[in-house]
Design a binder for this molecule. Structure first.
Ligand SMILES: [Zn+2]
Length: 435
């Protein structure tokens, strides 16, 4: 399976953009329910690599080679076949796209290895992932070939026993138990007598196939990034707002607020949103440690000046940010190397609609851009080329000054000697004290 896990089929990103909302859920990239019996043609970014069948990443369906289709077609019930095209629009005649009307639900016991659950708040799809999935007999349609919600195909035990495995060397049977009652804390021990009847092929989950490719990236070291974000002793050096006196500076000691790590389903959402963008693994590792980070919060206060937004806020923040595009969303993106589907706000300057956003596909994929509602429209030039560069820039000495005086404090927040009561301070420099 290792060899196979390096290979999975990628659709063209413009096709995914076009299909999102139309046939694919915009949030979780699964095929929309109710689509049956509409056939879906898929545009692939490369020719499939001689696999008998495969999931197409972020397309919500699979592809199947004609010779395998010939073997299975007498058993395909409620499946819809479509066509595959390459980048130039040429038909890839040896493959068809495939999906099934009723997808089976893979379940997992909560104590199973690598157990996680996921629920899409847009299309309502729920999934349980683990290293030892099972299915409930009552969930199985009266059929010999099944498909899961992540576009893996499965055979009934009877069909698997007759299937010419030798003819399809890239497919290996992996047994999925079929149970009569769900496994769980309140399930009777007796329910756990598993009967291994059903055999999937294309046995890797789409999710884990995606992860194996991402694992080839060398991610930024999350611990190093957090150390940079959360220094032992840091101050913002401030000037008095409205004063011409550039000599007198006041120090405001600041701290970093670190939220708890993201839950598995939040990390799943992160992966779904960021997709195959370079650097996804770095973001995932950072958020696994802290799902939300507040920077430059005066001591004893809870409001930071800059927030790295928790994953569950990203889509909502996108709606808010787009709400500021008074000329319309299309106009705001005109001439840019990224479009409205390719951006996700990931950080905010508090008390301002200004946002940093990640570009998830196209030539700027993986880069962080800044948008300021007053005078910083979205641009081709990124604020930072990677997560690492983004953190470095936010924690650089002159960072506070970039933000046009938006980072402000009250006199009481300054270290002694405190400026006069009622004075407002404007951060101009960030200084990390060396121990
Ligand atoms: Zn969904």
């Amino acid at each position: 399976m290792d060899q196979r896990s390096e290979e999975y089929t990628l659709p063209l990103s413009f096709w995914v953009r076009e299909q999102r909302s139309k046939t694919i859920c915009p949030n979780c990239y699964k095929l929309k329910s109710g689509l049956y019996p509409q056939a879906v043609d898929v545009f692939l970014s490369e020719r499939p690599r001689q696999l008998s069948c495969d999931g197409v990443f972020h397309a919500g369906m699979g592809i199947i080679r004609e010779d395998l289709l010939a073997v299975l077609s007498p058993h395909l019930k409620d499946f819809v076949l479509g066509r595959c095209f390459d980048e130039s629009g040429a038909l890839i005649s040896e493959y068809r796209s495939i999906y099934c009307r009723n997808r089976i639900r893979l379940r997992a016991a909560p104590n199973a290895p690598n157990y996680s659950t996921y629920e899409c708040n847009v299309c309502g799809l729920t999934a349980e992932l683990s290293d030892s999935p099972y299915v409930l007999r009552k969930d199985l349609p009266d059929s010999e070939v099944f498909e899961s919600s992540i576009a893996c195909l499965f055979l009934s035990g009877d069909l698997a026993a007759r299937f010419p495995w030798k003819q399809f060397g890239d497919l290996k049977p992996i047994v999925i138990p079929v149970l009569d009652a769900p496994l769980g804390s309140d399930a009777d021990e007796a329910d756990q007598s598993m009967r291994a009847l059903h055999v999937p092929f294309g046995a890797e989950y789409l999710a884990s196939i995606g992860q194996s490719r991402r694992a080839k990236e060398s991610p930024a070291n999350a611990a190093e990034l957090i150390k940079k974000l959360n220094p032992h002793d840091a101050v913002l050096v401030c000037e008095i707002v409205g004063s011409n006196d550039r000599e007198t500076e006041h120090e405001v000691p600041v701290r970093t607020i670190l939220e708890a790590g993201a839950e598995p389903e939040e990390l799943e959402t992160l992966r779904n949103l960021l997709g195959e963008m370079p650097g996804t693994l770095s973001w995932e590792q950072l958020y696994a440690k802290h799902n939300g980070i507040g920077l430059f919060s005066p001591l004893n206060e809870t409001e930071p000046a800059i927030v790295l937004l928790p994953v569950n806020c990203w889509l909502e923040e996108k709606g808010k940010m787009f709400g500021w595009f008074f000329e319309g969303v299309e106009a705001a993106f005109e001439g840019l190397p990224y479009g409205s589907d390719d951006v996700i706000p990931i950080a905010a300057l508090c008390y301002s609609p200004d946002r940093w956003f990640l570009v998830t596909s196209g030539p700027n994929a993986g880069m962080v851009h800044f948008w300021g509602h007053e005078d910083s429209p979205m641009e081709e030039t990124p604020f930072a080329e990677s997560l690492e560069a983004f953190i470095s820039r936010l924690t650089g000495e002159n960072a506070p000054d970039y933000f046009g005086g938006l980072i402000r404090f009250k006199a009481a927040q300054a270290r002694d000697p405190k400026p006069e009561w009622g004075t407002e301070l404007r951060a101009v420099r960030y200084v990390v004290k060396q121990k």
